[in-house]
Ligand binder design. Structure first.
Ligand SMILES: Cc1ncc(C[n+]2csc(CCOP(=O)(O)OP(=O)(O)O)c2C)c(N)n1
Ligand SMILES: [Mg+2]
Length: 331
């Protein structure tokens, strides 16, 4: 069984079949290697792994097509891979190499791929919210039925742009899906420390945006919520706010001492692991047998091995290219 995160597999992604499992396993393997790359000095600057959160990106992307826009955040590699980005070119960008999507000049937090509708990963917390809302306005003005997704964390809900975006999207019925990955921390601060009303769904409701809570550790639940939201957006009925309950297993970034949480809490969340859950469901329903599950795990390893080889062997960009590929015309 081979896994290729390509346009074709993305469109055919059968959420109950092996494809979602393959994609989540690949993202897991890809993201799990990042702290080591940082320790080895292969990554300059910070990078934020999303291990544990795979079901959100995969579940949402299942409902999307290439012409739909995605505005990501600082923890955004999974959003890119799930939307069809090649693992080798994504990693090359993270490592600052010439074969990266932006010629190695963007790095982890500036991965933009116009042909995949990726408006970019983004180091400014909350910035993607405005970008996706603008992309939705453009889609509407151009008379297309494309939609836009904004991924952001629980911490980003305290950025003022969310209030403006919710309101404009609601009154103009913009085709935008706001996806909050509530992993319960903004760096070291818990949601309860940051807000007096931790029921984030109510924020969307206050602005007249249909809002839903979803188990972000269950890819099927996420994909169902996303499908409904995308259908609403494509048919001119406006935005949706999806609050996905999820958790990051690794630190905020490489080197995080994680003194703000207990090992027990991490283990507890691992009990809800989205990959193990889907694997069990596929096994129990005899869609896959043990050998096929093993093949998927091996295949994810192999794919990430070759992505790593590709990225590491790519040269650094030449200084003469310093002013190319630093911006993109998205019209
Ligand atoms: C505007 C802005 N403020 C602060 C930061 C520093 N910062 C980077 S990540 C982060 C936490 C974001 O938390 P959340 O939105 O919940 O996303 P998570 O890291 O949990 O995925 C902060 C405060 C930033 N990058 N941009
Ligand atoms: Mg968070």
């Amino acid at each position: 069984m081979t896994v290729e995160i390509t346009e074709a597999t993305r469109f055919d992604l059968d959420i109950d079949g092996p494809s979602a499992l393959e994609l989540m396993s690949t993202i897991r393997e890809f993201e799990s290697r990042l702290p080591t790359y940082s320790e080895e000095g292969l990554i300059r600057g910070s990078t934020h792994p999303s291990v544990g959160m795979e079901a959100v990106a995969v579940g949402v992307s299942w409902a999307l097509r290439a012409s739909d826009s995605v505005a990501s955040n600082h923890r955004g590699h999974a959003h890119c891979l799930a939307k069809g980005a090649d693992a080798g070119r994504t990693l090359a960008e993270i490592l600052g190499r010439r074969d990266g999507y932006c010629g190695g000049k963007g790095g982890s937090m500036h991965i933009g791929v116009k042909e995949l509708g990726l408006l970019g990963t983004n180091g400014i917390v909350g910035a993607g919210i405005g970008l996706a809302t603008g992309a939705a306005l453009a889609a509407q003005a151009q008379g297309t039925d494309n939609v836009a997704v904004a991924y952001f964390g629980d911490g980003a809900t305290n950025q003022g742009v969310l209030a403006e975006a919710f309101n404009l999207a609601a009154i103009w019925k913009l085709p935008v899906i706001f996806v909050c990955e509530n992993n319960h921390f903004a760096q070291s601060a818990t949601l309860e420390e940051m807000v007096a009303q931790p029921d984030l769904r109510r924020r969307g409701e206050a602005y007249g945006v249909p809002s839903v809570d979803v188990d972000g550790m269950d890819v099927e639940a996420v994909s169902n919520a996303a499908a409904e939201a995308v259908q609403r957006a494509r048919s001119g009925q406006g935005p949706t706010f999806i609050v996905a309950d999820t958790y990051r297993y690794l630190g905020h970034m490489a080197g995080d001492t994680e003194i703000y949480r207990t090992a027990e809490q991490v283990e507890q969340w691992k009990g809800r692991d989205p990959i193990a859950r889907l694997a069990k469901r596929l096994l129990d329903s005899t869609v896959l047998d043990e050998a096929q599950l093993k093949a998927i795990a091996t295949s994810a390893l192999t794919l990430v091995d070759s992505a790593e080889e590709f990225a590491k062997s790519s040269p650094f960009p030449d200084v003469s290219s310093a002013f190319t590929q630093v911006s993109e015309d998205y019209r």
